[in-house]
Design a protein around this ligand. Structure first.
Ligand SMILES: *Cc1c(COP(=O)(O)O)cnc(C)c1O
Length: 397
């Protein structure tokens, strides 16, 4: 049976060159980068080269890169670190309703610790309004955290505009760019952000490693204490194999950015158009234009997303409903609900996230298999009952 992996927003396969390098830094170049002997110095060289590669990908200075255990820790460090260091100035934080849980739950934690959090809504396409941000800023606001690209429905936020609004008021701006990096151009100078999170396993690198960009001069405190690693921003012996893997993944992402984008866009649009043409009563979630080149998120009326996923899986196709972290829970996606999508349609949504290894044949196969799955599920669905008269008004192309 054909196997088609369409869950690259959950994680990507590690590129073989990257895996080889990771292995080499586990076996041959295994020294502790803090050691002064040759073994240590070799490992240090690998870490610092990786730092340069990650910095180059986002147009930062290597000294502005802090390696972490992934996107989640980078988000935690950015938000808690700025909150701790700036609490004399204020305790107000602004974020958006569609953030990853690494941001939302961190903000909820801080709320319990005495901070105030304003959560901005989004429009029906999933975009944050710059006017809403302007209206939410206060004299005691210390941080704005708005993601660059959404992991569920691919919306790319107007970060440059949003960050400029925060900067004008002297407020730090953090963006979770875990999904954007490697897919669209991410330039911290052009965007004007102060902090930016990224993760290796979303860009064909290993799991358990990521980085936080911290603009020089940003007031931030560490959240893990111990040795003086990472310029005292993140204690603990560096994950050297992971870091060099992230470095090479970043280098490849930079070199191949345009090729990847072109390839993904072609497949994405073929998949979207193919589904809209072949299946009735569907809705594309997220914007059509300001959208990640690899994201397809579609709601199928009258059916459960989970049933679609199981049936796709039986045909060798791996997709997801909402984010990997929430699948398995019966709560519909907080992202789709924030966009004003009904519970029913949110439950009937499927995310297909493409990757560099996908081909046109993969898309052809999905377009061959998916419409009949939907037809079969709908023929068994009790929800289809009242379809004649109360055909769902909110279902649109
Ligand atoms: C995957 C993801 C994260 C978490 O990154 P990890 O490296 O898995 O901890 C955070 N934010 C977004 C938008 C993500 O897609």
């Amino acid at each position: 049976m054909r196997k088609v992996y369409l869950d690259h927003s959950a994680t990507t396969p590690v590129r073989s060159e990257v895996a080889e390098l990771v292995l080499r830094y586990m076996t041959d170049t295994f020294g502790n980068p803090s050691s002064v002997h040759g073994f240590g110095r070799e490992a240090r060289k690998g870490v610092e080269e990786a730092r340069e590669r990650v910095a180059s990908l986002i147009n930062a200075d290597p000294r502005e890169i802090v390696f972490t255990s992934g996107g989640t820790e980078a988000d935690n460090l950015a938000i808690k670190g700025v909150a701790l260091a700036n609490r004399k100035k204020g305790r107000h934080i602004i974020t958006s309703a569609i953030e990853h849980h690494a941001v939302l739950h961190t903000c909820e934690f801080l709320e319990k610790e005495g901070y105030e959090v304003t959560v901005l809504g989004v429009d029906s396409a999933g975009l944050v309004s710059p006017d809403d941000l302007k209206a939410a800023l206060r004299d005691d606001t210390i941080l704005v955290s708005i993601m660059m690209a959404n992991n569920e429905m691919g919306a790319i936020q107007p970060i440059k505009e949003l960050a400029a609004i925060a900067r004008e008021r002297g407020v730090y701006f953090h963006t979770d760019a875990v999904q954007a990096v490697g897919q669209v151009k991410v330039d911290v100078e052009e965007l004007g952000v102060d902090l930016l999170s990224l993760s290796a396993h979303k860009i064909y690198g290993p799991k358990g490693v990521g980085a936080l960009y911290v603009r020089r001069g940003t007031k931030i405190k560490p959240i893990a204490h111990g040795g003086g690693h990472e310029r005292r921003m993140r204690a603990g012996t560096e994950n050297v194999p992971g870091i060099v893997g992230l470095g090479l993944a970043a280098k490849l992402a930079q070199e191949e950015l345009e090729d990847r984008r072109r390839h993904l866009l072609k497949l994405r649009d073929k998949l979207i158009e193919g589904i809209l043409d072949r299946v009735e009563d569907v809705r594309l979630n997220g914007p059509r234009e300001e959208r990640l080149p690899n994201n397809v998120n579609i709601s199928f009326a009258y059916v459960e997303g989970e049933s679609i996923l199981l049936n796709l899986d039986l045909q060798g196709i791996a997709a997801s409903s909402g984010s990997a972290c929430t699948s398995g829970s019966l709560e519909p996606s907080h992202v789709l609900l924030a966009m004003g999508i009904s519970h029913e349609l949110a439950h009937g949504s499927v995310r297909m996230s493409l990757g560099t290894g996908n081909s046109e044949e993969d898309i052809d196969y999905v377009l061959e298999v998916l419409p009949s799955i939907i037809e079969r599920l709908r023929s068994m669905s009790p929800l289809v009952g009242g379809r004649g008269e109360e055909k769902l008004q909110h279902v649109q192309r």
